[in-house]
Design a protein around this ligand. Structure first.
Ligand code: ZN
Ligand code: ZN
Length: 194
């Protein structure tokens, strides 16, 4: 899976190069690393920004709140969620591209400049980068059955009334500490296999 990610990542970099967006530029962009995230998150991917460039610090006012922001970060760690890796290559690449834009200066959020890059990449390279993806549509396009449960690690079920819910994580003491809110029954936890 790591190999596949690396291959698609290289393709994305080459395509960006073709349209004059140079990600591999330590001076202007910083260092980029990519990996598959260890946890099966709900989100498609994330770009963790590290080592802010102190000379690009500025204050953003949101209402009465002031937030310290940086135009540029020197290190970006992209993580792609494992469930995305089972989808069509075009969707994996779409996710990689989305996170790569976040590596560019002034693009750590989905603001005006992020949108401009997304639009440019969409039209010049035929991508479909949006602020958030449409999971149902992306599974369909990949011919993979869409199942919300797929993204959760644990199934918690009431032994008595069979009320069921799903969790990414849960406290070890959960079954000992809690009872079903509907009927007071005990819970059983099953780990869902991927
Ligand atoms: Zn984003
Ligand atoms: Zn119950």
């Amino acid at each position: 899976m790591q190999e596949k990610l690396e291959k698609l990542y290289q393709e994305c970099l080459q395509e960006l190069e073709k349209v004059e967006i140079k990600i591999q530029n330590n001076e202007a962009v910083g260092q980029v690393q990519i990996a598959i995230s260890k946890r099966n998150n709900k989100r498609y991917g994330v770009c963790k920004q590290q080592e802010p460039d102190q000379s690009t610090k500025y204050i953003q006012k949101i209402g009465r709140r002031k937030i310290i922001k940086y135009q540029k970060y020197n290190k970006h760690l992209i993580e792609i969620s494992p469930w995305v890796m089972q989808l069509d290559d075009s969707i994996i690449k779409n996710t990689i591209m989305h996170e790569l834009i976040h590596c560019l200066p002034n693009c750590s959020d989905h603001g005006k400049i992020f949108k401009q890059y997304a639009k440019y990449i969409n039209t010049s390279l035929g991508y479909d980068i949006a602020r958030v993806g449409n999971k149902e549509q992306d599974y369909k396009k990949s011919n993979v059955e869409y199942d919300e449960k797929r993204q959760y690690k644990y199934k918690i079920e009431c032994k008595n009334c069979k009320q069921t819910f799903y969790r990414q994580r849960f406290n070890k003491n959960f079954t000992r500490k809690y009872r079903c809110g509907k009927c007071g029954g005990k819970f059983v936890v099953t780990e869902l296999t991927k």
